[in-house]
Every structure is written in structure tokens, then in C-alpha cells.
Design a protein around this ligand. Structure first.
Ligand SMILES: Nc1ncnc2c1ncn2[C@@H]1O[C@H](COP(=O)(O)OP(=O)(O)OP(=O)(O)O)[C@@H](O)[C@H]1O
Length: 551
């Protein structure tokens, strides 16, 4: 039986009447994981209806488009359309599991017999399934939830973008992103891009109509980054520190993270024809969507109705072109010698290779390698992750959908607490000097208020075929059960599933000072979570009593 704290009950009762004030989402962008090259173009004709209060002001109209961007689909739907329609026929994926998943299958790792037994015992209870919500504005959680929509204006102004106008309905789907990034003044960053070859990605508004989709998305990406041409990787590195001090911090399937001065540059190759790490490279359009998603989360850092600082701070995006810089190669090889990289050597990149560079705050080490000192730190870790998810759920129906221990970064500082705002209530969460930053939104789903961005995981059956008993793989499968493979819908329960995963990781994979009672408390919390439907529900649990106070 769930135990709850009174302040949160107050919070819930204060809400509900504001629903009508929020615009309904008009667009759904189904981000699909890149897969086989023979992906057929998707042609989807759906209607969207008027978005009250949003900048998509067209009345109910239908339009159709076709996308030739392999592995992707962008869909505009009317709010209320059953998202089940978005399910794509399944086909075999040629893409191998992500490296993080491969790691779990490494035979050199300890066998999981103990974990399997443990899971049999603690997972004896069923995960409650949710009914997919046909409306983007309501979560099927028993209690009607309000969907607070992120205001994009601050995001746009952050990038120096000018006024948004109505999106013509007959634009290609890709250009639907232009309401967000369109009509912008292209301001070249001083001293950058000059002399860099701009072909074939000339940045001229007039060219957009004639360009193919890929070039158009690339052009838009440049615009978002306020560039007229790609710059070299070295140029970006040197704007943050002496490139000689560059150090590789970690790697993912798509990105390599390097510490440059006090920032972290995550370099992701884009638009190229060669496979990188066995993967088809991300396309500009996917990156555009990721930039939008990241910006929406960044927006939560500003004080508002819902705000928090638990998602990594994205400082900038840059479009680069050219072979890897010598200092980056040196940093890559140093890391490889120490850690054994699973990624391809960057010497394979040609002068024509393009990249998106996410300039991020340094979030520290991931949970997998971080040494937690004691139970208090473990509690605070759970509290910070839970509160950040709860805030993002409330602000933009956010679901992370891939919150494994490589995507939670930890560092220490001298602060005792952090402040967050949930439904206008300012709260303080005790940190015990531990700071948590959530990263990697590749699989995430978000409702920006004008678009729903998500990755269609039904196109990636391998993700659900991981080893039985492995909690990470079990969590992907549990998500599939909850979403019924309809990934465009809002299922905050997926956040709960990852919180349950985190408790298991803390119990099974992490060693820190703890008593038998602490372990029992963690297990009971996990059991109670099985009946919760959102991170917000989890935050109200008595597990956090004493760690959470009104600010
Ligand atoms: N802001 C950051 N601060 C410190 N380290 C970071 C940061 N961002 C990324 N890293 C490191 O780089 C690794 C890879 O980053 P990330 O998971 O974002 O890449 P990815 O290619 O999107 O991964 P995935 O394979 O999960 O899709 C992380 O596990 C972490 O070790």
C-alpha cells in the first residue's frame, strides 16, 4: 500500500483546473532508430487540429507527405487520434544492440544467476499496464493529470530566433520543424565559417524549396546553430580550451564524449554514408529533433511552473566538418589504451565527414563507475532522479525510456540541497553533496507543446531481445508491455520502470555502506513503486520523507 506525504496531496488538489489553458500538441515526430538501409519511405496522411494558444494556428486540415529520410518518420496528427495508428509493421533490424547493451552480454562479466533468482523473487508482482492515452493531454493514471506545455519561446530566443509564424500545411514534413527554427535571422558567429567550403549545404532561405530533404535539414541545423557553414572540430575545441588538454570521457553508440576545459563536447558523426560503430549515421533531421528535445529540457532550468536542474545543461550545439583533429585522435587513443574502446577508430573519418557537437556541462562519472559512499547518497540519487523525472513529466510529458546506469552522471560538490519546482510548489531535495545529471535522450519522448518527439522502438525488435533476467533488458521489455509497442503515446509508467531498475541496480550492482534495514526499505519502496503510474507518484512515497521539504 502506498504511503504518501501530505504536501504532495495538497499539490494535486491545487491542480486540475488549468488544463484548458494549455495548448494541445499538434505534431508527433516519430523518431525511429536508424536501421537497415532499405527502409521504405513512410507516407502517412493524418490530420491535426487547431492548437489553441500554440503557434500552430491552422484550423483542422489534413495533409500528407512522404519522407525519404531513411529510418525516420515525422507525423502530424490531430490530438485525439489513436496513437496505435503509428505502429509500424515490424521488420528485421540489421542493427546490433547498442554497445552498452553489448557490454552486459560480455562473457567476461560475472554471471547473473544470483540476479535472476533475486528478480524471480522481487518481480513476483505484476507490472500494471496502462491504457495508451489517445489524447496527448491526459495520462491514463486514474487521476486526470494536467499536461503543462513547455513554452518554446525561451528556447527560440536562447538561439536568437525571431518570431514564429504559421506553418503552411502543404510543406514537406521535414519543414514542419521550421515553425520552430524558421524565419530566423541567420547570424554568422563572428569569425567562424569564413573560408569554409559551404557546398553542398548553401545557407540561403531561397534554396530550401529546391533542396533535397537531407540538405534542407542540414541547412536548418546550421541555422539553429547560428552558423552559415560547418566549422572544424578544432575550431570548436579551441573555443573552450587548449585542444591539447582534450581528454576522452566516454563513448556511446553514436557519440564520443571529450572533456574540453570545463565543458564536455559530445561529437556525433552525421549524414555520412559509412557505417560508424556498425550503425547508420544519424541524419540531420534526427539531430534537429534531438536539439529541440534537449533545448526543451534545458528550458526546465529556468524558474517556472515546473523546473529543475537534473538534466544535463546543454551549453551549445555546433555543426562541424572534416577529419578528426590530431588532438582528438590522441585523446581517443589514450582512452582506448586504458579502457578498450568498442567504437571505430576515428581515423576513418574523411574531410567530408560532418558532425554535430553537443557542448554540455561536465556531469561527472556515470553511475556504473561512480563509487557511492553510503545509503544516504543512494537515497539522494533516487530522490534527484525521481524529482527530475516528475518535473519533466509535468512540464512536457517527458519519458526518458533508457535510464540505465550509463546515463546517470554523478559528481560531488558542497551543496546540501537542490531546489526544484513541481506544479508551482518549490521544494528542496537533500543532496548530501551528491549531484545527479541525467543524459542521453536518444530514446526519450517529449511533448514540446507543438510536437511530440519520440523514437519508434517497434522498429527495433533487437532492443527487446536481450538476455532474460538482465534488469536493463527486462526494463525495455516491461516498457514494451506498458506502451503496447505504441511509442508515441504518453506512458509515464515507463519512468517508474526505470526507477525500479535503479533500485535493483543499487541493491545488486553497487556497494556502499548500508544496513539490512536500508536494504529492506529499498525493497519495500520498489514494491510500492510497482503500483505507481508516474515518477510523480514515486516522489510522493514515504521513502523520501525527511529528504524533501517545502522551500
Ligand atoms: N555531459 C557529460 N559529462 C560527462 N560525461 C559525459 C557527458 N555526456 C556523455 N558523457 C560520457 O559519454 C558517454 C556516452 O554518452 P551518451 O550516452 O550521451 O552517448 P550516446 O552515443 O548517445 O550513447 P548511447 O549508446 O546510449 O546512445 C556517457 O556514458 C558518459 O560516460
Amino acid at each position: 500500500m502506498a504511503s504518501r506525504q501530505d504536501p504532495w496531496m495538497d499539490m494535486i488538489s491545487e491542480e486540475g483546473d488549468d488544463n484548458a489553458a494549455y495548448p494541445q500538441a499538434g505534431a508527433v515526430y516519430g523518431r525511429r532508430r536508424t536501421q537497415a538501409k532499405k527502409q521504405s519511405d513512410s507516407q502517412i496522411s493524418l490530420s491535426r487540429r487547431q492548437n489553441k494558444g500554440s503557434f500552430v494556428t491552422s484550423s483542422t486540415s489534413s495533409w500528407s507527405h512522404s519522407l525519404s529520410i531513411r529510418g525516420r518518420e515525422s507525423i502530424v496528427i490531430e490530438s485525439g487520434v489513436n496513437l496505435q495508428l503509428l505502429r509500424k509493421p515490424k521488420g528485421p533490424s540489421k542493427r546490433p544492440p547498442k554497445p552498452t547493451l553489448k557490454k552486459k552480454q560480455d562473457p567476461s562479466l560475472p554471471d547473473l544467476t544470483k540476479e535472476k533468482e533475486y528478480f524471480k523473487e522481487v518481480d513476483a508482482f505484476e507490472l500494471l499496464e496502462e491504457t495508451p492515452s489517445p489524447l496527448c493531454t491526459t495520462w491514463a493514471m486514474g487521476v486526470k493529470q494536467q499536461t503543462a506545455i513547455c513554452n518554446l519561446s525561451p528556447i527560440l530566443s536562447r538561439w536568437g530566433l525571431s518570431t514564429i509564424t504559421e506553418t503552411p500545411l502543404d510543406e514537406p514534413a521535414e519543414k514542419f520543424l521550421l515553425p520552430i527554427f524558421d524565419k530566423l535571422a541567420i547570424e554568422e558567429r563572428e569569425g567562424e565559417g569564413a573560408g569554409t567550403e559551404t557546398e553542398p549545404h548553401l545557407v540561403q532561405q531561397g534554396l530550401l524549396d529546391g533542396e533535397d530533404e537531407c540538405a534542407s535539414a542540414f541547412t536548418q541545423l546550421l541555422m539553429v546553430c547560428k552558423q552559415t557553414a560547418p566549422v572544424s572540430l578544432r575550431e570548436v575545441l579551441s573555443s573552450y580550451s587548449d585542444p591539447c588538454s582534450t581528454k576522452k570521457l566516454g563513448e556511446g553508440t553514436y557519440g564520443e564524449a571529450y572533456r574540453v576545459g570545463s565543458t564536455v563536447c559530445k561529437i556525433v558523426p552525421i549524414d555520412g554514408d559509412i557505417l560508424i560503430n556498425n550503425e547508420v549515421q544519424k541524419k540531420s533531421k534526427e539531430v534537429l529533433e534531438e536539439a529541440l528535445l534537449t533545448s526543451s529540457l534545458n528550458n526546465l532550468r529556468k524558474e517556472g511552473e515546473n523546473s529543475c536542474t537534473g538534466f544535463i545543461d546543454t551549453i551549445d550545439f555546433r555543426v562541424c566538418k572534416g577529419a578528426y583533429d590530431a588532438e582528438l585522435i590522441r585523446a581517443w587513443e589514450d582512452w582506448d589504451a586504458e579502457n578498450g574502446s568498442e567504437n571505430d577508430h576515428p581515423k576513418i573519418f574523411s574531410d567530408e565527414q560532418c558532425y554535430i557537437v553537443f557542448v554540455l556541462a561536465d556531469g561527472g562519472r556515470d553511475l556504473e563507475s561512480f563509487i557511492l559512499l553510503d545509503y544516504k547518497e543512494a537515497q539522494s540519487l533516487l530522490l534527484q532522479v525521481t524529482s527530475s523525472l516528475a518535473v519533466a513529466e509535468a512540464a512536457c510529458e517527458f519519458e526518458h525510456r533508457d535510464l540505465h546506469w550509463g546515463n546517470i552522471l554523478l559528481s560531488r560538490d558542497n551543496t546540501e540541497d537542490i531546489t526544484f519546482i513541481l506544479g508551482r510548489k518549490k521544494m528542496k531535495a537533500t543532496t548530501f553533496g551528491l549531484r545527479v545529471s541525467i543524459i542521453d535522450f536518444t530514446l526519450s519522448r517529449i511533448n514540446t507543446g507543438d510536437a511530440i518527439l519520440f523514437l519508434d522502438l517497434s522498429a527495433d525488435p533487437e532492443l527487446f531481445m536481450g538476455e532474460k533476467g538482465n534488469k536493463q533488458f527486462e526494463t525495455y521489455r516491461a516498457m514494451k508491455k506498458v506502451t503496447k509497442d505504441c511509442w508515441g503515446g504518453s506512458f509515464p509508467k515507463t519512468n517508474v520502470l526505470w526507477l525500479i531498475y535503479l533500485v535493483d541496480i543499487l541493491l545488486l550492482k553497487k556497494t556502499f555502506k548500508r544496513t539490512t534495514k536500508d536494504e529492506r526499505d529499498l525493497r519495500s519502496f520498489k514494491k510500492r513503486m510497482s503500483s505507481y503510474q508516474s515518477a510523480r507518484d514515486c516522489l510522493m512515497d514515504s521513502f523520501f520523507t525527511g529528504l524533501l521539504v517545502s522551500a
